[in-house]
Design a protein. Structure first.
Ligand SMILES: C[S@@+](CC[C@H](N)C(=O)[O-])C[C@H]1O[C@@H](n2cnc3c(N)ncnc32)[C@H](O)[C@@H]1O
Length: 465
């Protein structure tokens, strides 16, 4: 078969499933083909890009037959922009396929015969749901056909490209005001005479435009990430920004001289207003600075945390450990139903934010410890001597999951229940398999935080055997 699929050849494929990660799956004479840019139900023409013994990879170039689940994408940039992968698929169907992926992973990797996967929580808003967007500047990109071709682009990366940016005229992931801000900042950058940063030469001035919005408070932050500070220049933008964003609270200039493509500042200059904005989750108010982590879908984060609370089943007498606690948002959320919460987090700034957030909300039963979970758990008994024995563990690790070193020691903490929140169901399934000797998986709830993307969050409840 491999000879029948030479690289660069064109094939016709019927897509019959959606792979974890968002590519379509087709089968050709027994070979699995992962097809970029295709959704289940479509018949497509595709170009073969990679060939292995077990599978091949291809990119769709033309839809020959529409899928019954296909809908008209609302965004004119869909297809070229890397921001959304599934916008041409009915929203409920997107979630259905993503939930099926969770089930499959729990069977295949998690070793569960019939995973107890419950009804998913759909995002209350399928569009405009993000409270934070990171747009990139680039000297390479593509505009809509009606636009002249400039030398500075501002938007999201073109699908599959590390340096080309789609010059976005609109974006349906964040509130509609974003559109006006994109135009204002792009025009300003173009007339500034300063070049966009290039990921190839690592030269240039303009790097990222990060927009943050307190969905519950209406406050906006505009963060311009550049390679050197230019507060005076950026101040000239403020009157226009104020017109577009009446809720503007903060304009900051973060300086990033590193080569990595991250919208993070080594240091920050205040351009206008305050250095933080506020957002509410349930009854709690959080102060968010440009570089701190915060859940990006506010309304859905509240529902996710509500589910965590339900799974934790607290009576007010429990000691809870919130491992990988970030700025302490889950800790605060469960604090009223617990005796005490101890949050553990690697990033010291986030720990400082967590303390501030607790104080600001009058929460007195949370403590936060800066440290690496894997290192702290090297000596679980020492940890228990210092912090006590947890009744309930909450885990919300990054995409890689819980480090194997920490995972093997988790059971010796002796918690009766574990609530495992994951943004990567594949590593969650792996970790649940490792904990299977001590804990039984009782419930799993998929939570769609990121409509139109391939991502899905999963909350699992584990109880001692
Ligand atoms: C998915 S976030 C969870 C944040 C928080 N629970 C929330 O909902 O806002 C994962 C967090 O784990 C932290 N982290 C990553 N590796 C860690 C480690 N080895 N030990 C402790 N924290 C870690 C990250 O800095 C990040 O804040």
């Amino acid at each position: 078969m491999r000879n029948g699929l030479p690289l660069g050849s064109t094939v016709e494929l019927k897509i019959d499933d959606l792979a974890f990660g968002g590519r379509g799956i087709a089968r050709l004479d027994g070979l699995v083909v992962f097809v970029d840019g295709a959704i289940p139900g479509q018949r497509v023409r595709a170009v073969v890009q990679k060939r292995k013994r077990q599978y091949a990879e291809a990119a769709a170039t033309e839809v020959l037959e529409r899928s019954p689940f296909e809908v008209e994408p609302v965004c004119p940039h869909f297809g070229s922009c890397g921001g959304c992968k599934l916008q041409n698929m009915a929203y409920e169907k997107q979630v259905e396929y993503k939930v099926q992926q969770i089930r499959d992973l729990l069977k295949r990797i998690g070793g569960l015969e019939s995973p107890p996967v419950e009804e998913p929580l759909l995002s209350p808003e399928p569009f405009f749901y993000r409270n934070k967007m990171e747009f990139s500047f680039s000297d390479r990109g593509s505009s809509l056909p009606s636009e002249p071709s400039p030398s500075l682009f501002l938007g999201l990366h073109r699908r599959g490209s590390f340096d080309e940016v789609v010059d976005l005229q609109t974006c349906y992931l964040q509130a509609p005001e974003t559109q006006a801000v994109l135009q204002i900042v792009r025009e300003f950058a173009r007339t500034s005479g300063l070049p966009a940063y290039s990921n190839r030469t690592h030269e240039g001035f303009w790097r990222f435009l990060v927009l943050r919005r307190g969905v519950r408070t209406g406050q906006w932050m505009v963060n311009l990430v550049t390679t050197e500070p230019r507060v005076e220049l950026l101040s000239a933008l403020v009157p226009q920004l104020l017109q577009a964003l009446p809720g503007l609270h903060s304009v900051v200039n973060n300086i990033n001289t590193g080569k990595g493509g991250v919208a993070f500042g080594e240091r920050e200059e205040l351009v206008w207003g305050k250095t933080t904005i506020e957002e509410r989750l349930g009854p709690f108010v959080f102060e968010i600075s440009a570089n701190s982590f915060f859940q990006t879908n506010t309304l859905q984060a509240e529902r996710l945390y509500q589910r965590v609370l339900e799974f934790a089943d607290l009576t007010g007498r429990e000691k809870v450990f919130d491992l990988y606690c970030g700025t302490g948002s889950i800790s605060l959320f469960v604090s009223r139903q617990a005796r005490e919460v101890i949050g553990i987090e690697l990033v010291e700034d986030a720990v400082a934010d967590a303390w501030r957030n607790a104080e600001r909300n009058g929460v007195g039963n949370c403590r936060f410890v800066a440290g690496d979970v894997s290192v702290l758990l090297r000596d679980p008994q020492g940890f228990i001597r210092e912090h006590g024995k947890p009744d309930v563990l909450i885990l919300d690790p990054p995409r890689d999951g819980v480090h194997p070193r920490a995972l093997i020691r988790l059971p010796s903490l002796g918690a009766k229940r574990i609530v495992y929140v994951s943004c990567n169901p594949a590593t969650q399934a792996r970790d649940l398999a490792h904990l299977a000797g001590s804990y039984r998986v009782e419930r799993v709830c998929p939570v769609d935080m990121f409509p139109h993307t391939a991502h899905i969050e999963s909350v699992a409840l584990l109880v001692t055997r």
